[in-house]
Design a protein around this ligand. Structure first.
Ligand SMILES: *Cc1c(COP(=O)(O)O)cnc(C)c1O
Length: 377
């Protein structure tokens, strides 16, 4: 048995990050407390401009969570009952639940085995079989963009909107374009564990359409442009000034944090490559500069045995995702069966997420890799 005396290696360490920005964060929130203006307002407007500039889109509209960003995006595109929206089953739940929240039906398309992102060829076949489809929601999973050119092309040929679920991929690029700048709307989450995380929930939508931006901004405040006059029914999904001011502080550090994540990922890859076929490594590692490594997910045929071994050595791991969405109980009514989306199902059986965060020491990476290597030797 490996030594039990080593400290527990967590999946991520937000306290280590806070230690590096404590003074900046406290000064920023202190100013908001002095101002006593807590919802939307100038801090949120400033964050919106900075995120728009960062993602190279003309507009950004903040809201209360990444889930709400997806819901608001669908509302703004008039997606509702009778419509279908095509997405992947290998993602966080909110990608699909947001579709049902506006009354539409999710239709699942399988992923590619290597990138674990949406398969454009399968998408073409699913679109052909679903004339009621109104939008496609590719997910930029784990920090790497989906193969957007063919997805955008197929969607455009069939007149479908493309909404990018960019919750895990702020700062990721695809052929020089930023995540969230390629579809009609990009949806981001500021959940604390995301690459740019607040101190609570938060989200933002990016778009290049001035009318869409205006409508999103209205929908998040009850569809209200002129105070107490409602032209349509929106929701209450506003971002707090406290979150915005913290996120503005953190945004300044995001690129250096991304480079640190990439260095951790590079070390994992260097250490684990000698294991050959025993573990499948993230593929977008072929273009490291564009992958922001929200997660470092490897795949192993003997996943549970490997995971037990690593965990026994005090190293925390996770599974993203243990059950694909088409097999979730709440989606039984959609009629999918095991075997319908085999690539996603295999990924669910084989995935292990390893610790990764900007402050992770390379020696800590080596410790995780030594454990994995000894499992196979
Ligand atoms: C986190 C996440 C969301 C939801 O964001 P919240 O802010 O938690 O509501 C949506 N999609 C994906 C892929 C996510 O990882």
């Amino acid at each position: 048995m490996p030594s039990q005396s080593l400290p527990v290696q967590p999946m991520l360490d937000l306290r280590a990050q806070y230690a590096t920005i404590r003074e900046e964060v406290l000064a920023a929130v202190s100013k908001v407390f002095e101002d006593q203006a807590f919802v939307l307002g100038s801090e949120v407007a400033a964050l919106e401009q900075e995120i728009a500039a960062y993602c190279r889109t003309p507009y950004a509209v903040a809201c209360a969570s990444g889930t709400d960003a997806l819901i608001l995006a669908m509302m703004a595109l008039d997606i509702g009952p009778g419509d279908e929206v095509i997405t992947v089953p290998y993602t966080f739940f909110a990608t699909a639940s947001s579709i049902t929240r506006v009354g539409a039906l999710p239709v699942f398309v399988d992923i590619l085995d290597d990138t674990m992102n949406m398969d454009p060829d399968r998408l073409a076949r699913v679109i052909a079989a679903h004339p009621k489809a109104k939008a496609v929601v590719p997910v930029h999973l784990f920090g790497a963009c989906a193969d957007m050119d063919p997805i955008l092309d197929i969607a455009a040929r069939h007149g479908l909107h493309v909404i990018e679920d960019s919750a895990q991929s702020i700062g990721a690029a695809y052929k020089g374009r930023m995540a969230g700048s390629m579809g009609v709307i990009g949806c981001f989450s500021f959940f604390p564990t995301k690459n740019l995380g607040g101190c609570g929930d938060g989200g933002i939508m990016t778009t290049s359409g001035p009318r869409l931006a205006k409508r999103l901004a209205s929908l998040r405040v009850h569809g209200m442009d002129v105070k107490y006059y409602h032209d349509e029914i929106g929701i209450n999904s506003r971002l707090d000034a406290l979150q915005a001011t913290i996120l503005r502080v953190k945004l300044h550090h995001l690129d250096s944090w991304t480079r640190a994540r990439q260095a951790v990922a590079a070390r994992y890859i260097e250490n684990l490559q000698p294991l050959g076929a025993a573990v499948k490594l993230p593929v977008a590692a072929a273009h490291p500069a564009s992958h922001v490594y929200h997660q470092f997910v490897i795949r192993a045929a003997d996943r549970d045995a490997l995971r037990n071994r690593i965990e026994a050595a005090g190293i925390r791991t996770d599974m993203y995702y243990p059950l694909p969405l088409h097999l979730q109980k709440c989606f039984e009514y959609l009629g999918y069966k095991p075997g319908d989306l085999p690539v996603s199902e295999a990924a669910s059986r084989e995935c292990i997420a390893l610790p990764i965060y900007p402050e992770m020491k390379l020696e800590a990476v080596d410790r995780v890799c030594a454990e994995i290597t000894s499992h196979y030797n």
